[in-house]
Design a protein. Sequence first.
Length: 399
Amino acid sequence: MTNPDYEMHLRPEEDYEMHFDDAGLKPEQTATVTPGYETQTVRPDPGCVFSEVTVEAIPEPTEEIDITENGTVDVAKYGTANVAVPVGVFPEGTENITENGDYDVTLKETAHVEVVPDLQDKTVTPTEQTQTIEADAGYDGIDTVTVNPIPPEYVVPTGSVDITQNGQVSVSGKATANVNVPGIIPTGTKQINITANGTTTEDVTNYAGAEITVNTLPEKGLIFEDYDSDGYPTELYSKGMDNIPAGLMAKLKKVTINEGVRNIGVGVFAIAELNEVVLPQSLETCDGSAFRNANIINLVIPPLLSSISVTFNSGNNKLKSVLFQGNVTRISRYAFENSGATDGVVFDFRNCTSVPVLENANAFAAGKQKTFIVKQELLSTWQNETNWVAVTNVTWEGV
């Protein structure tokens, strides 16, 4: 047989059922489809065509569904619906709750709660007794509790720490320290005698201590070697000097008196060139004319020196300030006569708790312009006190 588009040759021993169309010769196939609840697409096997498709009748639903609450239920694919919903009033709607209290939500389906509690932060320090932490009145509760560290007085040291080398070791919280530092334990005392200025190289490694005797001398100067029971030098020698000039002390410009000295004798430092002196806090008395004519610029009177002697620092034309560190009780005649720099001198009495006795107004006579600084509460009394009222060229200041 011949197709207008194809020419085929069939062998007589084979039997084929053929279908001819314009696309060519293909085997035929049949199909049966049962309707369902979803769309179905039916296709022939590869290389075949349908000669017949049978669509069966819609099947009757046979499944059951149980319904126990109100609402919309899809029953399209079920044959039977078993309904068992309780009879009564059903809740509906939403109750909005924004503050604390008791609410009846029986007839509401839901409750929407937006209550922000007022909470308190508290801090507690551990003690020997149990503490119950509660919120203060006006608060709904506690947000956080901060517990401070245990105070040191409540920490009972326990355990021990081993120390095997020198240095700083923390023993906090430990009851004992086991010290086992290798090496030789120093013992004894080494005698060291130093007779010259410089650095000693004595080895004291294995000694527990050292007793050092210093017997050095200045490189140059006059040295008092011995003193009698009243403190007067009885022996003097020189070192490194090729000339001892007349008036040896006349050019002395600075004197520093170390602590321990309690008295300075008559006229000891009556030296015109002297312009700086450091007095010790231990100084209690100064005899007359101790610094007469000495041109000290700034003078500090130690707190224990309560009485200023006759002509103490008279004739000082460079004096700018005198600070009394303690409570001066007496100022003798001529103490600061003819003393004061060209631009004036300040006497600072602010540490005095009472008005000192002024033996005579000439203690401040003929000097330059003076400023007296005193406690405000003493100012009026001071200005009118005996002999103070007669001092001239004075500016008073109360502090």
